[in-house]
Design a protein around this ligand. Structure first.
Ligand code: ABT
Ligand code: MG
Length: 149
């Protein structure tokens, strides 16, 4: 079973999309193993987006991510890293397919609603950056035999 880090950004929280977004992942069949509403310190935001530190949009991105509460989550499931990226949709919401979160609810790249880890190394790093071990719950939903053969 694979795990990924997903974070509903401040725009998703402000627009009351928390329930909608969680529902899409739940009904897909994925399992929530960590969840917290939190404000993001500048330090955490800069660590999370360190790969973009030399980009022109970095300062604005840090301002945005620290501007209001986010919902940090760890989800589990087979192939979840790539699958969650598909459910989320393309980085630029105008290019994201309808049916994806960004395609259905977003308009601009700087307000694209949700983050998802982009590979197994970044998923591990991001889970460690955002969650303590004891904040994650390992459990086997009883519905799983109806989701996985
Ligand atoms: P994240 O899931 O937030 O990492 O987005 P994604 O992986 O789809 O896209 P990347 B390239 O990692 O973008 C990170 C954040 O930077 C914002 N951004 C990106 C801009 O504001 N302008 C740009 O030109 C680009 C390329 C979008 C992402 N987050 N927000 N908000
Ligand atoms: Mg990214």
């Amino acid at each position: 079973m694979e795990r990924t880090f997903l974070m509903i950004k401040p725009d998703g929280v402000q627009r009351n999309l928390v329930g909608e977004i969680i529902q899409r992942l739940e009904t897909k069949g994925f399992t929530l193993v960590g969840l917290k509403l939190m404000s993001v310190s500048r330090e955490l935001a800069e660590q999370h987006y360190a790969v973009h530190k030399d980009k022109g949009f970095f300062a604005g991105l840090i301002e945005f991510i620290t501007s209001g509460p986010v919902v940090a989550m760890v989800w589990e499931g087979e192939g979840i890293i790539a699958s969650a990226r598909k459910i989320i949709g393309a980085t630029n919401p105008l290019s994201a397919e309808p049916g994806t979160i960004r395609g259905d609810f977003g308009v601009t790249v700087g307000r694209n609603l949700i983050h998802g880890s982009d590979g197994s190394d970044t998923a591990k790093e991001e889970i460690k950056l955002w969650f303590k071990d004891e904040e994650l719950v390992s459990w086997q939903p009883t519905i799983n035999p109806w989701i996985y053969e």
